[in-house]
Design a protein around this ligand. Structure first.
Ligand code: NDP
Length: 299
């Protein structure tokens, strides 16, 4: 039976490190890191995320600035707000909650954020910096996966890593991070041939697909470390009519019988994402002020 990687506990230790570093920044330098989150529209799931981000930001001792704009906000008004936040010295991290309404161009918004304040790591400059092995702001979910992998293995050098999924927010940056840590990296996607065989080569298997329980035990090398990024809601009639439950992209029962370690869903990668967002905000603040970055919280 695989070891269960407890993302909830790991995220709590990341938040503790963030809080410690924030306290030091305040005490020694009189600086309080600040995170601005912008939400356009009233998507209920996004509202929950934004609320959680704000609460955890404050719990770590940082300033949280929330900007809620109506769904019909013109793109120009959103860009004007981002410009104002870019120029606000109290703001060290800016995040625009995605998705934005259809009349707003996502890429334009992302690339309007000052790269040094881009705590989501989606700005084209940060993508390029990561791809060329330079100091970047790194997307939160893959950075959280990397932290858990380093914690389990120490050095990842020479390991065979397979990332299933090639999205800009998870799959591609995850592959870049594993490459930076000297893994031999394969990216699999919907057109990959013999995907089971490809996955079976992996010492590290990261699933970021969005297909419930796609990866089963017979796809996995015995002893491999399996990181399940997927969050899928499926019907759970056993819990009552109309009830749903969360599953990952990995079939937990069969894979945990083969793998050496596995992240569960829920309670694996999910809790890490906001914790890393807080870490990225502290990192951005330190870089902006020419101060030492928090140890173990960056790529
Ligand atoms: P996307 O839909 O953007 O990308 C999915 C990727 O999976 C694509 O590259 C696609 O390939 C690939 N894919 C789809 N079907 C198959 C298949 N049958 N075989 C192999 N590859 C396939 O998703 P995201 O990257 O945004 O998210 C992936 C999952 O992670 C989702 O469940 C999402 O909810 C979850 N997620 C979780 C987060 C967390 O905090 N834990 C944060 C972000 C996402 P192709 O490019 O060829 O179409």
């Amino acid at each position: 039976m695989a070891d269960i990687i407890d993302g909830k506990a790991f995220a709590a230790t990341v938040r503790e490190k963030v809080a410690t570093h924030v306290a030091r920044l305040k005490e020694e330098h009189g600086i309080t890191p600040g995170l601005a989150v912008v939400l356009v529209g009233e998507d209920p799931a996004s509202e929950v995320y934004v609320r959680n981000k704000g609460r955890q930001t404050v719990e770590c001792g940082m300033n949280s600035f929330e900007h809620k704009l109506p769904a019909d906000t013109p793109e120009a008004d959103l860009l004007a707000l981002i410009d104002q936040l870019n120029n606000d010295p109290a703001v060290h991290g800016i995040l625009c909650q995605l998705p934005v309404p259809d009349h707003i161009d996502e890429a334009t918004v992302i690339n309007a954020i000052a790269p040094e304040k881009d705590v989501d790591g989606f700005h084209i400059s940060n993508v390029g910096l990561l791809a060329t092995g330079q100091k970047a702001m790194v997307p939160c979910t893959p950075l959280g996966c990397l932290m858990m992998l380093r914690d389990r293995h120490g050095s990842l050098s020479g390991m065979d890593a397979v990332v299933v999924g090639r999205s800009n927010i998870v799959g591609k940056p995850m592959a870049q991070l594993l490459l930076k840590d000297s893994c031999t990296v394969t990216i699999a996607h919907s057109r990959t041939k013999n995907i089971e065989e490809v996955c079976k080569r992996a010492d590290i298997l990261v699933a970021a697909v969005g297909r419930p329980e796609m990866i089963t035990g017979d796809w996995v090398k015995p002893g491999a470390t399996v990181i399940d990024v997927g969050i899928n809601r499926i019907p759970a009639p056993e819990r009552g009519e109309g009830k749903m439950r969360l599953v990952g992209d990995v079939e937990f029962a069969s894979v945990s019988a083969v793998a050496g370690a596995i992240t569960p869903v829920p309670g694996g990668v999910g809790p890490m994402t906001i914790a890393v967002l807080l870490a990225n905000t502290v990192t951005a603040c330190c870089r902006m002020n020419g101060l030492a970055e928090p140890e173990g919280l960056t790529a």
